[in-house]
Design a protein around this ligand. Structure first.
Ligand code: SF4
Ligand code: SF4
Length: 491
């Protein structure tokens, strides 16, 4: 398949081809000035083709820039963009209380300090809330956002501006230091702690972060628990040969802490800046690798068939939009950006939702029903009770976990009916997902045009994540930064 990518040396847009070779999907491209580049795109061609079925053309919830130099230089969002903001990111500072060898973005290394003012933060959040439909979720990031002065007030501001989901991406150090801080964040309205968590032993931390950090992570989780923060998502940066042997153990660790850990969201490593080819090939890992390793390391309890791409759930939005007659957020991101599933944990065993629900049949039913309602035909199912009964055919009752009313649960996923069923679902399940952020080596413009994870910036733009990190970050930060003087050691 022909597409466009970036030259990793000069970052110009160049032609690229995504092609199949020996059961894998690869990307190749040639820059007239810097030569040829080849990388792995998806390591399982069969899974690639399966996921490709769920590609949709969505639309942006707001347009803020014009079509001029072409993608990805027109961000954004420009008129060509094909997804609304599902999750917004706002960097609060580029200072950090760690010095990870894999990160070149912190203030000490960059030599400048980037910290948007409170007024700029408010403007960015208002801009996100003015999308159609309003952006529902914001994640504070950095640097390390928890060391930003006034962080608790920033969380409160997000809540006042109507975000229904507020989360923080953190290394956990500040949370590990203070239970009281966790309590304050809970009271301010923080919902989820997106905790950098690379393994269940110290080895991966020493390699990826330069220090043993496991004890800090465990303390952070304990303080969240005591402070009343009831949702932690573990976020491992996955690198081949470093922590890919611990995927099963990390998921088991999450299951053992299900009272507070609600998910594991894996991020296969993206290589920022230049890296030599052998290092890149050694460390590169893609979404199918993760899915296969998880299957192996859970003795087949979470098989590869449990996973679906992000846009798989788009029929839910269509259906709810028609049923409730209000615009809904569409998860129209590219099918090869991410994969996810939900698993129940029953008597120490994993039971993926796909083991007892015909999820594909359920989604088809929603698409057909949405169309019927839209055409104003008399839709045969008029009541909530009727809908719940229609959903029964997608459930294998004998295989369903005990104590779960699955058809009520499906109706609740549609935002219709019993909230207690949804709460029960979240108490007993674990979200397992992966998103592979792109670097200049595997960059695909078809993916970034459909991105739903967007940075808000102080110059009133909304910039897709992978475009921001590959192209725009430096110029935005420099335009809004001051020189950074490293703290001098005390004499
Ligand atoms: S990534 Fe999206 S917003 Fe940015 S230039 Fe491309 S289409 Fe436009
Ligand atoms: S952040 Fe990158 S990987 Fe994720 S949806 Fe956007 S383009 Fe895809």
């Amino acid at each position: 398949m022909k597409t466009k990518s970036l030259c990793p040396e000069c970052l110009e847009v160049i032609d690229a081809e995504v092609y199949e070779n020996e059961g894998k999907i690869k990307i190749k491209k040639k820059c007239e000035k810097h030569g040829e580049f080849n990388d792995i795109y998806w390591s399982d061609a069969a899974l690639y083709h399966k996921f490709a079925k769920w590609q949709y053309e969505g639309k942006a919830g707001i347009t803020l820039t014009k079509t001029d130099k072409g993608c990805p230089f027109d961000c954004g969002l420009c008129p060509e963009h094909k997804s609304s903001t599902a999750l917004a990111l706002i960097d609060l500072t580029n200072r950090c209380n760690m010095r990870c060898p894999t990160c070149f973005a912190n203030a000490a290394a960059a030599g400048y300090l980037y910290e948007p003012t409170m007024e700029q933060l408010r403007e960015m959040m208002i801009m996100l809330r003015s999308e159609t439909p309003p952006c529902p979720a914001v994640q504070f990031a950095g640097g390390e956002p928890t060391i930003r002065e006034g962080f608790v007030d920033i969380v409160k501001m997000a809540r006042e501006l109507g975000f229904v989901h507020i989360q923080v991406a953190t290394n956990g150090i500040a949370l590990a230091k203070s239970e009281e801080f966790c309590r304050q964040l809970k009271e301010a309205g923080l919902h989820t702690v997106y905790l950098q968590f690379d393994g269940v032993t110290e080895g991966p931390y020493k390699k990826l972060r330069g220090i043993p950090a496991l004890k800090t992570k465990l303390k952070a989780i304990e303080n969240c628990r005591r402070g009343g923060l009831k949702s932690v998502v573990l976020v491992p940066t996955l690198m081949r040969g470093v922590n890919d042997h611990q995927i099963g153990d990390m998921v088991r660790f999450a299951a053992e802490n299900l009272d507070i850990v609600k998910g594991v969201n894996v991020q296969p490593i993206a290589f920022e800046g230049r890296i030599n080819e052998s290092e890149r090939k050694k460390g590169r890992i893609t979404i199918p690798d993760f899915i296969h390793l998880l299957e192996e390391q859970t003795d087949g309890e979470i098989p590869k068939e449990s996973f679906y791409p992000v846009p798989f759930v788009l029929p839910v939005s269509h259906f709810v939009e028609m049923w409730k007659k209000t615009p809904q957020l569409e998860f129209s991101v590219h099918p090869h950006c991410g994969a996810a599933t939900y698993v129940f944990v029953e008597n120490g065993r994993f039971k993926p939702i796909t083991e007892f629900i015909d999820v594909e049949g359920f989604m088809e039913f929603l698409l057909e029903s949405a169309e019927e309602i839209n055409k104003s035909r008399i839709w045969k199912i008029k009541t909530i009770a009727g809908l719940i009964s229609a959903l029964r055919k997608f459930i294998d009752k004998d295989k369903a976990p005990k104590g779960i009313d699955s058809s009520t649960l499906l109706a609740t996923i549609l935002g219709i009916g019993n909230r207690e069923a949804l709460a029960e679902f979240h108490r007993k399940t674990l979200f397992i997902g992966a998103m592979h952020f792109m670097d200049a080596y595997n960059f695909d413009l078809e993916r970034v045009k459909r991105c739903g994870i967007h940075y808000a910036t102080p110059d009133h733009r909304i910039i897709p994540f992978c475009s921001y990190n590959a192209i725009h970050r430096l110029s935005v930060e420099k335009a809004f930064s001051v020189p950074f003087h490293k703290p001098q050691p005390e004499k």
